[in-house]
Design a protein around this ligand. Structure first.
Ligand SMILES: [Zn+2]
Length: 454
């Protein structure tokens, strides 16, 4: 009798354990099954470290990658090069965080029915980029290293996100054996993963700080005689600008004026605005985390504060973040957060998320006027025929023997073409001379792509 009771107890314990085990499994299945099914070792889902399922197209339906039977990129080699950093290569040297982030949707995994794409329907993922804008941007870089980004600050769609150097995933060059430097940093997506010395496009940040912190900012004048002494340093200007207002100093990109302005604002205020404007933050969307920029005036000498206000010293920006900031300025402080995955055929649809810069709307309006004035008086409206472009150029000094990076960033103030952009050409020399024509071509390609959808 006692033996039977003992056996009963043992059985009950075993049944209890099984029940607990089943519940734990059910709970874990509910929570993480979508992760198990896309785990990176699964040969059903990955080849060479990159997700291989479904068809990926641009915003118009142009096929960029067809993985229904192997991994087939676009037919056009220039398009393959221009989009490879978003799609990943064949061997996993370049990963595709966007596709990995939507792995569940792309493989059509359902917790109830399992993998349904492995049967009949092929899932299609539509990216927000324009194939023609991608190709135009890569061609405009003409083999130089750098990055170009354009996005719709009303909807969030990234129309262009190009990084150079790149290569054709169907004809991979001998990168390890290359001694020319052509492929330096080729595995990086320079738009999302890299930071750059901004040069004078950073004067937008200093101007925003001045407009909010100095009551007389708009009427105050600055005097430039070609250089000035600050602390133990001489700050050289790109010209001799004599007496200028803040608006004129920004158009002249006067280093003397901005050095004096940064010193007047001081390290704390400059740091506060660099942080406020998101320079040191990362953006996170579609599985992408952008590289945070830098702005560091800890224990800085007066001359270092001066250089920081000009976009030199230790200042670094990320292109995607700075482009988003331009969208926020265009939108009076608010903009849509960028995204690149527009739609997945089995149900996913991108939604607008708002991002904000904590500046007064008035500050954004005055900055818009100033940036518009830059284009009209300095860069040349002819680069942007009918577009109301507002922008700032930069020539980012690197070292004594290096050609500076050319930078250019801004936005179009137009309800039909609400686009913010950034162009960075490494060792490209003068910011506006190198980048304004490129910006003109790429913006035109983006506007054409938008017109085709109306
Ligand atoms: Zn000057």
């Amino acid at each position: 009798m006692q033996r039977i009771t003992r056996r009963m107890l043992l059985l009950l314990v075993l049944m209890g354990l099984m029940l607990v085990g089943t519940l734990v499994f059910a709970w874990r299945y509910a929570v993480s099954s979508d992760e198990w099914v896309v785990f990176s070792g699964s040969p059903h889902v990955y080849s060479g470290g990159n997700l291989s399922l479904g068809i990926v197209t641009d915003r118009t339906g142009t096929v960029l990658l067809d993985s229904t039977n192997g991994r087939r990129y676009a037919d056009d080699s220039e398009l393959r090069k221009a989009t490879m950093h978003l799609l990943g290569d064949r061997y996993g040297y370049i990963s595709a965080p966007v596709l990995n982030d939507y792995a569940d949707e792309l493989i059509g995994f359902s917790k109830i029915t399992g993998l349904h794409t492995l049967s009949d329907t092929t899932v299609q993922a539509k990216l927000s980029i324009s194939a023609s804008a991608q190709k135009t941007a890569l061609a405009a870089l003409a083999g130089r290293k750098g990055t170009i980004g354009v996005y719709n600050y009303e909807t969030g769609e990234i129309l262009c996100a190009v990084t150079s150097p790149t290569y054709d995933p169907d004809a991979m060059p001998d990168i390890e054996g290359d001694t020319t430097g052509t492929y330096g940093g080729v595995y990086l997506n320079r738009f999302f993963q890299t930071t750059y010395v901004p040069g004078s496009i950073f004067k937008i940040v200093t101007t925003a700080a001045a407009l909010e912190e100095l009551p007389d900012a708009q009427t105050k004048t600055f005097f430039c005689e070609g250089s000035c002494r600050i602390g133990a340093d001489t700050i050289n200007c790109n010209g001799t600008h004599y007496t200028q207002t803040l608006s004129q100093a920004l158009a002249n990109s006067c280093n003397v004026a901005f050095a004096q302005l940064a010193v007047e604002l001081g390290a704390d205020v400059m740091t506060k605005y660099a942080n406020k404007l998101g320079i040191t933050d990362s953006l996170q969307f579609d599985g992408i985390t952008t590289a945070p920029g830098s702005f560091d005036l800890k224990d800085a000498a007066e001359s270092q504060i001066a250089w920081s206000g000009i976009g030199q010293h230790t200042d670094l920006i990320n292109a995607a973040q700075f482009m988003t900031l331009m969208g926020e300025l265009a939108g009076g402080g608010d903009a849509a957060e960028p995204y690149i995955m527009k739609q997945v055929s089995n149900g996913y649809e991108a939604k607008r998320q708002t991002v904000s810069v904590p500046l007064q709307q008035k500050t954004c309006e005055i900055l818009t006027e100033y940036l518009r004035n830059n284009v009209i008086t300095m860069y040349g409206q002819w680069h942007f025929p009918d577009l109301y472009v507002c922008a700032k150029s930069g020539t980012a000094e690197l070292g004594p023997d290096e050609i500076p990076h050319a930078t250019f960033s801004g936005f179009i103030q137009d309800a039909n073409y609400p686009l913010a952009f950034i162009v960075i050409v490494e060792n490209g020399g003068s910011g506006s001379a190198t980048c304004a024509p490129i910006a003109g071509q790429v913006l035109k390609a983006c506007c054409t792509a938008m017109d085709a959808e109306r």
